[in-house]
Structure formats: structure tokens, C-alpha cells
Design a protein around this ligand. Structure first.
Ligand code: HEC
Ligand code: HEC
Length: 441
């Protein structure tokens, strides 16, 4: 939802009303003369002006409303009525800001999903979250994680409880910004085999799958299990296999909201077990489902205008090897519940696999089979609208460390070093074409 726009319109109406109230000459006469006739006259006058300002306000709202396809809250085409209703319920839940009496905390990171996924898009680096762990470079010290209520830091807390602090004995801190959340159903509907076909394709780029454990309640019927693990596809290291699990984990880890999935409150790194005395679970199973369905039915934005420069950028993107990881298109299989997700082409610009991205991007944080240098190829769809949803500036990479697209490319190391070098060797005009192409996605 374009909340900022509504706020702007509402606040401008209020400002204009205030202005009229205090500076309208008849109003001053009213204060001085206190004549009944003038009072009535004044009321009529204010009423008319209010109507006029309301009209101007509405006009601003209507004229600045983005064109269809320009926001991240579009639904997939071909949804049923029931699905649209679930979408609306999930949308509301996603925007909801939790209060203490509704179960927020006792420790948390942000009080709403929307807080870190602005307008269903990217999170601002201001709302980055942090995870910590102790590892020896290849093995995670799980006792440490349990002892300190890790791996995620909850740096905010409800009144009366001190926030968590990162224990000094940790060896790694991973800082992450919220990725956009549209197109999640399409990502979920891609068959494992389609993703696994790109593992280590012999082009010098070894895409690696992250096989991870799943929460029992989130495992859909008929999914492939790999020795009791599942193919991870969500999160910046593909650490989560299923959308419902991602949603339930977010409620607990990001907001301190318990569910049937996770009926126990978070453990405080310094104070241990705690609760805010609100009965668990604090969010219902059906709300988790609504939110998951909402994210499934959020469509990726359509491509922007395609010029000849953008066409050139597109072919350079493939020629210099960007498309080896940022795979332009994949196909979904059959989605068990939402027909609109089945057999669709997905223009994701990602292989959903892990790549060693070199030291500069490394966080030394191990997640499932992902090591401290590996990250999931970031999908690039919707890139042209990132800035719009973040008040005019987009932030790139896993921690939003740069707002400059070229710098984001220049941070690519490890397996992406050759693509980065080839990008660097392009003429200025060709570099601009690649950037223009990215900004058209
Ligand atoms: C404190 C900020 C924060 C809050 C609050 C938050 N998220 Fe996230 N979200 C993130 C970050 C950071 C990631 C990447 C996580 C990772 O790398 O494991 C993420 C990942 C996701 C993803 C996967 C996106 C992808 O590209 O794989 C989904 C879906 C998601 N969040 C949904 C939610 C929902 C639903 C809520 C509310 C219940 C929520 N988030 C609340 C920060 C947040
Ligand atoms: C070896 C695989 C690989 C190659 C090749 C590659 N990328 Fe990436 N790209 C990634 C990964 C992984 C990330 C996430 C890195 C992170 O966030 O730390 C990423 C992130 C990005 C981002 C940031 C997106 C965002 O929203 O934060 C952009 C832009 C990008 N790549 C463009 C390119 C371009 C242009 C090329 C070609 C010059 C390229 N990439 C080549 C794997 C690759």
C-alpha cells in the first residue's frame, strides 16, 4: 500500500484547514465581534473552504496514484474470489503493527512485517536485522546459539525489559536487510529439479543448493526430501525451504509473536527464558496461512519501457556472464492450491542457488550448507521500483550497504569476479546500457 502518499495527502488537508482557520479574515472578525450572524456566516464559510480543500486533497491523491503495475501490491492474474478474499486478509495482517497487549515482544526487532518490507518491497537499511553465532569456520557451535537465545538479535523490547545485546564471544555477525516479498508463490512453485539443474553447470560458476531442515508443520504434501532435508529457497542464504515456515519464523524472530509453529517466546541472550504473560499462541494458524497466501498471490511488477539502450544492456548482461547466476527466466511446475501459479514463466533473474561472493561480501555466518562467503543470487525483478518504495533511494546488497547500482556490481567477488572484471572493461556507454537494463526490470 502507498501509505506515505495517503499520509501526505491527509496532512496537507489538515495544514490547509489550519491555515484557513487562523488566517481567514472572517474568522478574525468572528473572534472580535462575536455576532451570531457572523458566527453562522463563518461556519458556512469554513464549511465551503473545507470542502474545497478536501476536493484539492482528493485531487492530489487521485492524480499522483501510481499507474497499475507501478507498485508492488498487484495480485496475480486469474485468482478466484475466495483467493482474492484471502489476499485481502493477508494484506491486512502483513501491515498490522502489534502492540504489547497483542503479544509484541517481550523482545523484538520491528512491530510489523511491513516495517522491514516497505510497501511489500525492500527494507530500509535502518531496519536491518542482525544474527550472531560462534563457529570455527565450518561448524556452528549450537550450544552457544542455544545458550544465548540466538541466532537473531532482538535489539528492542517492551517496557520493563532490557533489549538483547550481542554476546562478545560470538565469532560472526550477519547484517541483513529485508528483501522484497512479491512473487513468493512463483518462487515456491518452481520445481526442485528446475533449480537443481543449474547446480554446478560446469561454467566455472558452481551454484550450490542449500539443503536445510524444515519445521514439520510447514512441509507441504508431495515435496522432495533429501535425507530429511529440503531445498532452501527463501532468505538471503536460501536458509528456508517453505513460505509458511518463513512467515511463522518472521512472526517469532522479528516481532516476538508466538504461533502454533513456535509456541514459546524467544529466549533473551542475557536474561534467558521470558514471557509477557499474554496467552500463546499470539497469532492464529489461519492468519499465518492468510499471510503466506497473500505473499504467494503478490505479482512481480511488469517490465518498464524497453528502449534500444535497454536491449543492448540486456545482451551485454548475458555476454559478460551476469546471467549465469541471475538466470533471466525459469518455469513453474504445478502449484497444489493456486492455479494462477502453475506453468508460468518466471522472470526472476536468479538461480536461487548459493555462490561464493568473495571476502568483501562475506559475513562468516554459516546457515545450513551455506558458508560464510556464500549468498543466494538476489532476484533482480522489480529493481526499477525499489527506490520508489523507499522514499526515492534504493539500497542494494544483503545489508543495503550501497545506494549506487554500479557500486553493487563492483562488490561482486569470488565466483562473480570474472563477470565484474568484464563489466569494468566495458566502455562507459556499455556500462550505462547494463545499468539502464537493470533499472528496467
Ligand atoms: C526486522 C525486519 C523484518 C521484519 C519485521 C520482517 N522481515 Fe521478512 N525478512 C527480513 C529479512 C532481513 C529477510 C532475509 C532473511 C534471511 O536472509 O534469512 C526477510 C525475508 C523474508 C521473506 C523471504 C524473502 C525472499 O526473498 O526469500 C519473506 C517471505 C518474509 N521475510 C516475510 C515476512 C513476513 C510475513 C513478516 C511478518 C510476519 C516479516 N517478513 C517480517 C526482515 C524482516
Ligand atoms: C556468481 C554469481 C553471480 C554473478 C556472475 C553475478 N551476480 Fe549479481 N549477485 C549475486 C549474488 C549472490 C548477489 C547477492 C550478494 C549480496 O547481497 O551480498 C548478487 C547481487 C546483485 C545485485 C544487487 C541486487 C540487490 O537488490 O541487492 C545486482 C544489482 C547484481 N547482482 C547485478 C549483477 C550484474 C550486473 C552482474 C554482471 C556484471 C552480476 N550481478 C553477476 C550473484 C552473481
Amino acid at each position: 500500500m502507498q501509505q506515505s502518499e495517503l499520509y501526505f495527502t491527509n496532512s496537507s488537508i489538515i495544514l490547509i484547514r489550519f491555515f484557513l482557520f487562523f488566517f481567514n479574515p472572517l474568522q478574525r472578525v468572528h473572534i472580535l465581534v462575536l455576532n451570531n450572524y457572523m458566527k453562522l456566516h463563518n461556519l458556512i464559510f469554513i464549511f465551503h473552504f473545507s470542502l474545497l480543500t478536501l476536493f484539492i486533497g482528493c485531487d492530489t491523491l487521485f492524480t499522483s496514484k501510481p499507474e497499475t503495475g507501478e507498485t508492488f501490491d498487484q495480485t496475480l492474474e486469474g485468482l478466484t474470489r475466495t483467493q482474492k478474499l484471502a489476499f485481502a486478509r493477508g494484506d491486512e495482517a502483513f501491515e498490522k503493527t502489534f502492540s504489547v497487549i497483542e503479544g509484541l515482544g517481550p523482545i523484538f526487532v520491528q512491530p510489523s512485517c511491513e516495517g522491514c518490507h516497505n510497501g511489500d518491497g525492500k527494507g530500509h537499511p535502518r531496519t536491518n536485522l542482525k544474527r550472531f553465532q560462534k563457529n570455527d569456520g565450518s561448524q556452528v557451535d549450537t550450544n552457544f546459539t542455544i545458550q544465548y537465545g540466538g541466532a537473531q538479535l532482538q535489539q528492542r523490547s517492551i517496557p520493563g525489559i532490557p533489549p538483547e545485546e550481542i554476546p562478545s564471544q560470538r565469532s560472526a555477525i550477519s547484517t541483513r536487510s529485508g528483501p522484497p516479498v512479491f512473487g513468493m508463490g512463483l518462487i515456491e512453485a518452481i520445481d526442485d529439479a528446475t533449480i537443481l539443474a543449474n547446480v554446478d553447470s560446469g561454467d566455472g560458476i558452481s551454484g550450490k543448493a542449500n539443503f536445510v531442515p524444515a519445521h514439520e508443520m510447514a512441509i507441504p504434501p508431495n515435496v522432495n526430501s533429501y535425507n530429511g532435508k529440503y531445498l532452501g529457497r527463501f532468505g538471503r542464504k536460501s536458509g528456508t525451504p517453505f513460505l509458511l515456515q518463513q512467515v511463522a519464523t518472521a512472526y517469532l524472530q522479528d516481532m516476538g509473536i508466538t504461533s502454533e509453529f513456535f509456541p514459546q517466546e524467544l529466549q533473551h541472550a542475557q536474561l534467558g527464558t521470558m514471557s509477557e504473560n499474554i496467552p500463546e499462541p499470539e497469532v492464529s494458524f489461519s492468519t499465518l496461512n492468510d499471510v503466506a497466501n497473500y505473499l504467494r498471490m503478490l505479482a512481480p511488477p511488469k517490465r518498464g519501457k524497453i528502449t534500444s539502450q535497454i536491449k543492448l544492456g540486456d545482451s551485454l548482461f548475458t555476454a559478460i556472464g551476469c546471467a549465469n547466476c541471475h538466470i533471466p527466466k525459469m518455469q513453474t511446475g504445478i502449484h497444489p492450491t493456486i492455479a494462477a501459479l502453475s506453468n508460468k514463466q518466471v522472470h526472476l533473474y536468479s538461480d536461487l542457488l548459493l555462490h561464493d561472493m568473495g571476502d568483501e561480501l562475506a559475513d562468516n555466518f554459516i546457515e545450513g550448507e551455506a558458508n560464510g562467503k556464500e549468498w543466494r543470487t538476489t532476484p533482480l525483478w522489480g529493481l526499477r521500483l525499489y527506490a520508489e518504495n523507499l522514499g526515492g533511494t534504493a539500497y542494494y546488497l544483503h545489508d543495503g550497504r550501497t545506494n549506487d547500482l554500479k557500486t553493487a556490481i563492483l562488490f561482486h567477488g569470488g565466483e562473480a569476479m570474472s563477470a565484474r572484471n568484464l563489466f569494468n572493461a566495458l566502455s562507459n556507454a556499455d556500462k550505462e546500457a547494463v545499468l539502464a537494463f537493470l533499472r528496467s526490470l
